[in-house]
Design a protein around this ligand. Structure first.
Ligand code: DX5
Ligand code: ZN
Length: 214
């Protein structure tokens, strides 16, 4: 499996997004956290900001929707420049219909599950999904601690689908990246570990090397 690093701009300087994206030019994906203040107790950025930064960044956008009604918004996010559209299994609306809508729009569908959500909820959809996001913190905020207890869910998905992208998000740093890779993840979101570092591009290389060394 290809190892991919997806820095989360949640931990970047929102006053200087173009410059911040320039500091992670070696990233494989750009992780964009969209929060609606309803599905999660925080509000971040949305469609117009994604459309604006799409004009200054060639790296594919990995858009993590932490919103209540993803079906209603996937078209707008697709038009704004999302490449991977990831929505939560716990959100309202029909999961199959949402996946089909994303595919119809020519984008890559992914489902995210919170730490306490059983892995079984994504299993019926694995054949249609481009990626599964296994959250290793409660969604809503950057800078939380990695939950190791979530790792068996990753291993289960990897056993069933050796070829699918499995992303981990939350508390990924130079050491926890190895735990997640050992469990079977190959796509690593990192907010604080990348943008909190003096040299974000070096942090990306270190994360990648540590994941590859497993
Ligand atoms: C949390 C977000 C994460 C967040 C991760 O709800 O989904 O993407 O940015 O931040 P760190 O890497 O700092 O835990
Ligand atoms: Zn995220």
């Amino acid at each position: 499996m290809d190892i991919k690093i997806s820095p989360s701009i949640l931990s970047s300087d929102y006053a200087n997004l173009e410059k911040e994206l320039g500091r992670v030019s070696n990233a494989d994906l750009i992780h964009i956290d969209v929060m609606d203040g309803h599905f999660v107790p925080n509000i971040t950025i949305g469609i117009p900001v994604i459309a604006a930064i799409k004009k200054v960044c060639d790296i594919p956008f990995d858009v993590h929707l932490m919103i209540s009604e993803p079906y209603d918004y996937v078209e707008a996010f697709a038009k704004a420049g999302a490449d991977i559209i990831c929505f939560h299994a716990e959100s309202e609306g029909n999961i199959s219909a949402t996946i089909d809508r994303i595919l119809f729009l020519g984008k890559k569908p992914a489902i995210a599950i919170k730490p306490d959500t059983p892995v079984d909820v994504v299993l019926p959809y694995l054949d249609k999904l481009y990626m599964v996001l296994v959250m290793t913190v409660e969604p809503g905020f950057g800078g939380q601690s990695f939950m190791e207890r979530v790792l068996p869910k990753i291993t289960k998905i990897r056993e069933l689908r050796p070829d699918i992208d499995i992303e981990v998000d939350g508390g990924v740093d130079f050491s926890t990246v190895s735990l997640a890779a050992e469990a079977g993840a190959n796509v690593f979101v990192a907010g604080s570990a990348v943008f909190g570092s003096a040299c974000p591009s070096d942090a990306i290389e270190t994360l990648k090397n540590n994941a590859q060394a497993v």
